[in-house]
Design a protein around this ligand. Structure first.
Ligand code: SF4
Length: 361
């Protein structure tokens, strides 16, 4: 591949000056804690979705030390609805590691950053480039899309051979100056011009040398992963509501989906009834019950069809409060103000509780 700064990084940086994103909340100030938080939140998630989460998170945890001192529940609470909760748990652990090993400061070299929980090679490089202006190549989803199109590289980018090839190309394109701007520029180009479904090649600064554009087939890149249809699982979620309007939540085990989040009890209606489970597990007597509309939640590896079943119950509160993994949760608009309500909830559970709140207020 010929050396490409004239045809790649220079036009890209010029384009960025005029058309790049310069007003994202983590760019002002562009300091390591904020850059790190944004990079983690932006994994698998769009900028528009991330912005309000980022602002709430930064308002609550102003720096690494504040995040390290928080409880895991408080961190998961602020992540509720953003998905991929391992990101939040790793963020919390990484903050604690930085307090223990780096005096509460962000390390400034690649190996130390890569050693932190939840940070891979591309994220470590993006932090160094954006927060410390160090020239490191990045290779996130947007960059992979731009590079596979620009060089017409076939093969799924998750395949080791293709990924190594892309890393090599990404390094060759990365200039040894303007690291922060170049990193933001290539991410912006992938997000706003070289988009997944409708690349706007006519406005792209790389158009004249882009092989996919010249071949007329940008949509063929990157090669998608071969996948079979996702399996479908079913569950019934019990919304056990006591006379005070509170709903019973149960903390999930650390391993598996929604690890350590507070969720609704689930039953398999083919084997057990809500009445049996409520009585046996939670000491609640079901007074009345009705089914709500079912809906589907899709994970990366399966669909989950959820049948919500709301049950009004009478209960001996003590029997439930005896367990650390059960809580009566009050659904109220300002529930984040009281510490006992600062709990991480899976997205579908949050949706059900929000709907419940709407119908009862
Ligand atoms: S010319 Fe089109 S396909 Fe090529 S990098 Fe630009 S937007 Fe992507």
């Amino acid at each position: 591949m010929p050396q490409t700064s004239d045809t790649f990084s220079k036009p890209l940086l010029k384009w960025f000056k005029q058309h790049g994103r310069h007003d994202l909340p983590w760019q002002h100030p562009r300091e390591p804690y904020r850059v790190w938080l944004s990079e983690i939140m932006l994994q698998q998630t769009q900028v528009a979705t991330v912005i309000p989460y980022f602002e709430r998170f930064i308002a609550e945890f102003k720096n690494i030390k504040a995040l390290a001192a928080a409880s895991e529940d408080e961190v998961l609470h602020l992540w509720t609805g953003l998905g991929y909760y391992a990101r939040a748990r790793n963020l919390h652990k990484a903050a604690q590691t930085m307090v223990e090993q780096h005096g509460g400061h962000f390390p400034q070299n690649y190996e130390d950053i890569l050693a932190l929980p939840g940070i891979g090679p591309s994220t470590a490089a993006a932090i160094l480039a954006q927060a410390f202006d160090q020239p490191h190549a990045i290779l996130d989803g947007n960059v992979k899309r731009v590079l596979t199109r620009y060089h017409a590289i076939s093969g799924w980018p998750g395949e080791k051979k293709i990924e190594n090839q892309l890393w090599e190309i990404a390094r060759q394109h990365t200039p040894d100056h303007s690291a922060a701007d170049y990193t933001q520029a290539i991410m912006d180009l992938g997000a706003t011009v070289c988009s997944r479904n409708k690349p706007a090649c006519d406005t792209c600064p790389l158009q004249s040398n882009c092989m996919a554009n010249n071949q007329g087939n940008p949509g063929d890149y990157p090669t998608p992963k071969k996948r079979s249809a996702l399996p479908i699982k079913q569950t019934t979620m019990l919304i056990l509501q006591n006379r005070r309007g509170e709903v019973l939540l149960q903390q999930r085990p650390a391993q598996g989906i929604w690890g350590k989040l507070w969720s609704l009890p689930e039953i398999n209606e083919a084997d057990e009834t809500a009445e049996q489970i409520s009585q046996q597990r939670f000491g609640c007597k079901v007074v009345s019950s009705s089914k709500l509309d079912p809906f589907r939640h899709t994970f990366s590896h399966f669909h989950l069809d959820i049948q919500p079943l709301i049950c009004k119950v009478s209960t001996h509160t003590q029997s439930v409060m005896d367990s650390d993994s059960l809580v009566w949760y009050k659904c109220e608009p300002n529930n984040s103000k009281a510490s006992q309500y600062k709990r991480g909830l899976p997205g579908p559970v949050k949706k059900l509780l929000d709907n419940l709140l709407e119908t009862t207020t």
